[in-house]
Design a binder for this molecule. Structure first.
Ligand code: ADP
Ligand code: MG
Length: 609
């Protein structure tokens, strides 16, 4: 009887399974552990994490590490998945044609049009004109209201105001005649005077209707068909906001500009094709499918994608002591997204959603570094260490310990950096594949689309459902259910969208309604995992035909997600495939498949004797 340990080094997680193997090669599992991987998978830095994981698995057994007869590593071809965003459109305003933004408390309501005029010049305003008044920070709200009321008494028609400070409501409350007021316009000095302008404020909980519709803008501003085409980006940028100003200036223009995003060269066994990144994810992924099997992907130097490819290859080269030239990008996944971007030439820090393409790239290297890692580990722990099997193959042997499964069977390993699939035939023959893009990319998409710039928070949004704090004593979960509390919540949570993390409700720094946040989260998961599950299974299915697969089990960290398994299972059902989450060894859920598989396959090859 000997004790052996299987170790699965993943991009995110290092997992260990410990088993006793008897002289008939039968394994009895005694323990397991899971720690965060230190360093990039398959590199020397992993060693300390592995030792920690071994100790954690052995600790309850009270067995010292040196009594292990052997440690088995997965052949983790070091893979770096890097994810990047390539923005392909941006909104540019020339000559201050638009302000559309979402101040939290605009004043008044409705639509007003007129000629822009500074409040300082209101005394000389004509009674034959209609005006939109500009109030900069020099005029306090009381004085502003007084000046507006005086002008109105004199017969000046004032139909709206544009205010620099957060004073919309304060001014509005003091007016004899209510007008719509857009406030918090930071660069109010850039608003041109003497120009025709329209101001619109919607009631609480609604968004503006006129200035987000190109034809209404055309009506208000007397535009020709050509000019109407030009203001479409304005209308788009103003969709969904609560208040907006549109100003017509002589040369004023707003454009949606495409940013040259570089191109990708996909080199396959049979063909080589080039695809410009700004064609979008659908086109890129169609081409990727077309040139399968891929040998290498190159990106145009001097572009963002080119830079991303370079970084990934250089990092990998440094880590593995290989020349950069030997390191190839072998797979990519592209996903279309919309990211909030500051509008160029903005007046109030306006954002518009720009199109972007998210890319995850994967690099593979030679086997060499794994052997180096094994030697280093062996030196450290003084136990024989072997590289004992390819990860995706081991995963399927581990998954087959799920009660109710037998070959033929396919698995999807939904990890952090990559999505892997393997298929075992009744004969025991295994095919496997390894694709760029998994949980980390979902987190990145959530981060970018919500403009968070906080990956930890994005990760929590991915993990946990949302809720809205409606009063300090109750919140409404995203499924509509209501939860009450005996003690009041932190007042800072009031009215906020929160993520129900392990630390309790945590507020999100976004103004988006809960429905949009949930939508962004779900879409990100769907875009990455539905596409990649289909790609991965097609890669291992006989003749690429997913319909020929009957059963799929899901393993890996992302199959613990509260939404992803259902999304995959729904789409696979269309192919007649039955999908479920693995329960490795009847006890580990979708975790520990690779580590378990390593132990089982090695046990059979004479370890115990
Ligand atoms: P790897 O094999 O690449 O190390 P894992 O199998 O450990 O990866 O999976 C890591 C991924 O799983 C990460 O993207 C992480 O966010 C995700 N993940 C882990 N636990 C959960 C969970 N409970 N819900 C959703 N995602 C999870
Ligand atoms: Mg893994």
């Amino acid at each position: 009887m000997v004790l052996i340990a299987g170790v699965d080094i993943g991009n995110n997680t290092t997992e260990v399974a410990v088993a006793e193997v008897n002289d008939r090669g039968e394994a009895t599992f005694r323990g397991q552990s899971l720690v965060r991987t230190i360093g990039i998978k398959g590199t020397m830095r992993n060693v300390s994490g592995i030792i920690d994981a071994l100790d954690q698995a052995l600790q309850p057994l009270q067995i010292p590490r040196k009594e292990l007869a052997g440690v088995l590593l997965n052949e983790a071809t070091p893979v770096i998945g890097d994810v990047a965003m390539e923005t392909i459109t941006e909104t540019v305003i020339t000559e201050s044609a638009m302000i559309g933004h979402n101040p939290t408390t605009p004043g008044g309501m409705g639509l007003g049009t007129g000629i822009t005029r500074s409040i300082a010049d209101l005394g000389t305003a004509s009674t034959d004109q209609e005006y939109i008044v500009i109030v900069s920070r020099e005029t306090n709200f009381q004085l502003a209201a007084d000046l507006l009321n005086q002008a109105v008494n004199r017969g000046v028609r004032i139909n709206g105001a544009i205010v620099q400070l957060d004073d919309g409501v304060l001014i509005h409350n003091r007016l004899s005649q209510p007008i719509p007021i857009v406030d918090e316009v930071r660069y109010v000095d850039r608003v041109p005077v003497g120009m025709f302008a329209a101001v619109e404020v919607a009631s609480v909980g609604r968004s503006i209707e006129k200035l987000s519709n190109p034809y209404d803008i055309a009506t208000l501003f007397n535009l020709e068909a050509d000019q109407t085409r030009n203001i479409v980006p304005i209308a788009r940028a103003l969709t969904g906001v609560r208040s907006a100003v549109v100003i017509k200036t002589p040369r004023g223009d707003i454009q949606e500009r495409r940013i040259p995003a570089g191109s990708l060269t996909l080199i396959g066994d049979k063909a080589t094709v080039q695809v410009p990144v700004d064609e979008g994810a659908e086109v890129i992924m169609d081409k990727v499918d077309e040139v399968q099997p891929l040998t290498e992907i190159r990106a145009e130097p001097g572009t963002n994608v080119g830079g991303m490819f370079e970084t990934v290859r250089r990092v990998m080269a440094d880590l593995t002591n290989q020349p950069v030239g030997e390191i190839l990008v072998q797979d990519i996944i592209a996903v279309d997204t919309l990211v909030p971007q500051q509008v160029q030439g903005n007046l109030a820090g306006e954002y518009a959603l720009g199109n972007a393409v998210g890319l995850a790239a994967m690099v593979q290297t030679q086997k060499l570094p794994m052997q180096m890692l094994a030697r280093k580990l062996q030196e450290e722990i003084q136990v024989p260490v072997t590289v004992a099997g390819v990860e995706a193959e081991m995963a399927i042997h581990g998954a087959l310990t799920t009660p109710g499964t037998k070959a033929p069977l396919a698995i999807l390993d939904l990890g952090g950096g990559s999505t892997d699939a393997s298929l075992i035939q009744e004969s025991g023959v295994v095919r496997s594949t390894h694709l760029a893009g998994a949980g980390d990319m979902v987190t990145l998409l959530i981060d970018k689309e919500l403009g968070l710039d906080d990956l930890d928070l994005a990760e929590r949004i991915k993990f946990y459902p949302l809720a809205k704090v409606e009063t300090l004593f109750h919140l409404r979960h995203e499924d509509g259910s209501v939860e009450f509390f005996d003690a009041p919540m932190d007042p800072r949570l009031f009215g906020r969208v929160v993520v129900m993390s392990e630390l309790g409700p945590q507020p999100l720094p976004v103004q988006d309604p809960i429905g949009r946040v949930a939508e962004v989260r779900r879409k990100a998961k769907e875009k990455v995992f539905v596409r990649n599950s289909l790609r991965a299974l097609a890669g291992v299915a006989p003749g690429g035909n997913i319909r020929l697969i009957d059963f799929v089990t899901l393993v890996g960290g992302s199959s613990l997600d509260f939404e992803i398994p259902k999304m995959i299972s729904d789409v696979l059902l269309e192919y007649g495939v039955v999908t479920g989450r693995a329960n490795v060894r009847g006890s580990q859920g979708p975790r520990n498949a690779v580590a378990t598989g390593l132990v089982l396959t090695s046990a059979g090859t004479g370890y115990g004797s």
